[in-house]
Design a protein around this ligand. Structure first.
Ligand SMILES: Nc1nc2c(ncn2[C@@H]2O[C@H](COP(=O)(O)OP(=O)(O)OP(=O)(O)O)[C@@H](O)[C@H]2O)c(=O)[nH]1
Ligand SMILES: [Mg+2]
Length: 649
């Protein structure tokens, strides 16, 4: 049976709370499933690993699925608890009415708050073991504990797990929660597929199966994905959502996936990703909120970092504050991780005995330098806004513009969303300028002011060049990065130049750039004389007249002609093969093609005589031409033969 026609409504709920407070018993009451499956869990009477249980039912003619992630309450297994709550929509905090609020009640509640789990309720369990007065007391303890956090308003349901009293009311609440839009969309904006793995095992006859939750995007059966652990490619052979085979999986759903990867390679905390999202990082910048009374992490101390469902050691370095709640830190992990903007993490102390705080990933593209500067902090603040506002702010803050490829990867934005944002910002009042850089999918977006600065800077560099070299027709593009003080990267400069040529702010002749108003006295004369020389050289073909002959043919004094030829050579309008012989570039290209042909693409050598016979050019000029090719790197001479140079241009 498949349920492709009408998509299943799903809500994934984690349990939370102190050891022995009745989480597993509650899940059993709600689903009929005992999630304590390990022999050790049964013998010790407590949960160790994560447990998964489902309840399927119909409401409003729609297929509904409540998924439960039952976490262990014992402090020794808090790592498993953290892996379980990394990707849920809601939580049920279970507090036993007899015990009341205990250390892991507090720690779990703090973790839910730091992970921004805002939907859910409190279950006051073991009501059979507490008087009304006691229950009221515990209720007020709970209210105090949750005050000011995301679950401050969470309703409290008294439940007796032994008799089942109160379970039905709770169930009704969870059904309403599912129908309401409480599903947390980890990534909005039409993002690409990412799936967080919490278990991996091998099933006889099927192969590797991983279970976990789809945090963003969607996937079809048969699609290729990348495994974040090793970056290896794997194919999706099967999708099962609570005992149903599916062809399709979308954001918010939990599933078991059959993949073509050895199961020993995949483990809890790894991701299966759309290839374009695969960008492992060892550093990211984040906003960190420390719990009250916790001292700031010291830069070289290794802390326990729980990100997604993964766990590893990391060091943190404070970057600074923008006056809001929580400071900016750079997190450096031991091994590369998959993380995106908005992902939450939990920080525990070096001894792994208590939770210190939690954070939100802000940027995964951290600068190599200047990570603590005021500019960088301003950018991090700007990045915390929703995509469009962040993009708008960054276009003004980044002198080199915003790289939309990085921006969209960092936030997992679909191509269409990015283009829409870019289009909007190009219009008034933002009036951003979009530049296409080589090799980039999306444009570089510059705010009106940064663009003006870049433009003025470039034009000033060209003007300065004209001032210093009035006799030269223009400046080579390759010289500009050094002249502009490298205020723009070479790729950005190239795109700027193209844009300025389009706008008419710059002119290009040959490989030289100049301001529209610039003309050398000589420049004008060069153009004029080239007009005369070109037809002569075209007519002469492979054997152009010598300089002296050209002077006679044109009537131009030799000294002046030589000066003009030198200028034409600088601007690459003519090629000087020998001191008294100039060619049109296209004729040189033809001769180079002949040389390539004679050398049979590099397989054989040829002599001057062979070249003379093939080209019909006199022997002495042949020698000059071949020496020119030796000089420019096309050929190499070995005795009497010429060979093509490997790696020739
Ligand atoms: N009297 C009474 N006992 C309960 C109730 N709920 C759970 N228990 C008992 O308390 C013990 C612990 O229950 P569990 O559901 O395993 O507790 P837990 O919160 O899952 O414990 P961990 O997963 O180890 O953190 C079991 O012996 C349950 O039978 C209840 O409402 N009343
Ligand atoms: Mg349990």
């Amino acid at each position: 049976m498949t349920s492709e026609a009408s998509p299943t409504r799903t809500l994934t709920i984690a349990t939370a709370g102190h050891v022995d407070h009745g989480k597993t018993a509650l899940v059993r009451n709600l689903t009929g499933i005992d999630t304590d499956t390990l022999a050790e869990e049964k013998s010790r009477g407590l949960s160790i690993n994560l447990g998964f249980a489902y309840k399927r039912y119909e409401a409003d003619g729609r297929d509904c699925l409540l998924g439960f992630v039952d976490v262990p309450g014992h402090i020794d297994f808090i790592g498993n608890m953290l892996a379980g709550v990394g990707a849920v929509d809601a939580a049920v905090l279970v507090v036993a009415a007899d015990d009341g609020v205990m250390p892991q009640t507090e720690e779990h509640a703090a973790i839910l708050d730091l992970l921004d789990v805002r939907a859910g309720c409190v279950v006051l369990s073991k009501t059979d073991r507490a008087s009304k007065t006691r229950r009221d007391k515990v209720k007020s303890q709970v209210r105090q504990l949750l005050a000011g956090g995301g679950l401050a308003e969470a309703p409290v349901f008294p439940v007796d797990n032994l008799s089942g009293a109160g379970v039905e009311r709770l169930e009704g609440y969870l059904h309403r929660l599912l129908l309401g839009k409480h599903r947390r969309q980890a990534d909005a904006g039409g993002g690409r597929f990412r799936f967080l793995i919490d278990r991996s095992f091998s099933v006889r006859g099927i192969g590797t199966v991983v279970t976990g939750s789809c945090r963003a995007g969607s996937v079809e059966l048969g699609q290729s994905l990348l495994h974040s652990g090793g970056g290896g490619e794997t194919r999706l052979r099967g999708i099962r959502v609570h005992q149903q085979d599916r062809k399709h999986l979308s954001a918010g759903e939990r599933a078991a996936l059959n993949i073509t990867l050895d199961h020993s390679l995949a483990s809890r905390g790894d991701w299966l990703l759309d290839g374009k999202l695969h960008h492992p990082v060892s550093r990211f910048d984040a906003r960190l909120r420390l719990l009250p009374g916790v001292a700031e992490p010291r830069p070289n101390t290794r802390h326990h970092l729980h990100l997604g469902a993964s766990h590893q050691l990391a060091t943190l370095r404070r970057l600074g504050s923008d006056g809001k709640n929580g400071d900016f830190f750079q997190v450096k992990t031991r091994a590369p991780v998959h993380a995106l903007h908005g992902d939450r993490f939990i920080l525990r102390d070096p001894a792994a005995s208590r939770t210190l705080g939690g954070g939100t990933v802000v940027d995964i593209f951290v600068p190599a330098r200047g990570r603590e500067t005021a500019q960088r902090l301003a950018r991090l603040s700007a990045m915390e806004q929703p995509a469009e506002a962040a993009c708008r702010a960054l276009t003004e803050l980044l002198p080199q513009g915003i790289d939309l490829d990085e921006f969209s990867l960092c936030r997992n934005l679909g191509a269409q969303t990015v283009e829409e944002i870019a289009d909007k910002l190009r219009r008034a009042p933002a009036n951003c300028v979009a530049l296409r850089l080589d090799g980039a999918e999306h444009p570089r977006l510059l705010g009106a002011e940064p663009y003006q600065l870049q433009r003025d800077n470039l034009l000033a560099a060209v003007a300065e060049y004209h001032r210093a070299n009035p006799q030269r027709p223009g400046v080579g593009a390759s010289q500009l990065p050094a002249m502009t003080g490298a205020k723009a990267s070479p790729a950005l400069l190239k795109a700027l130049i193209e844009r300025l040529i389009e706008e008419g702010g710059l002119r290009r002749s040959g490989s030289l750039l100049r301001l529209p108003g610039h003309s050398t006295r000589l420049g004008g004369r060069v153009e004029q004389l080239l007009g005369k020389l070109r037809p002569i050289l075209q007519a002469a073909g492979k054997i152009p007249p010598r300089t002296r002959e050209l002077a006679e043919m044109t009537g131009v004094p030799l000294a002046e002609l030589e000066q003009v030829l030198r200028q034409a050579e600088i601007s690459k309008q003519l090629v000087r093969v020998a001191p008294n012989r100039h060619y049109l570039p296209e004729t040189i290209d033809e001769l180079a093609a002949l040389v390539e042909e004679m050398a049979d693409g590099g397989k054989r050598g040829f002599s001057v005589i062979e070249f003379r016979d093939a080209s019909g050019i006199g022997r002495n000029l042949c020698i000059e031409i071949l020496e020119y090719f030796d000089h420019t790197g096309l050929t190499r001479r070995d005795g009497n033969l010429r060979f093509l140079r490997p790696g020739r241009k």
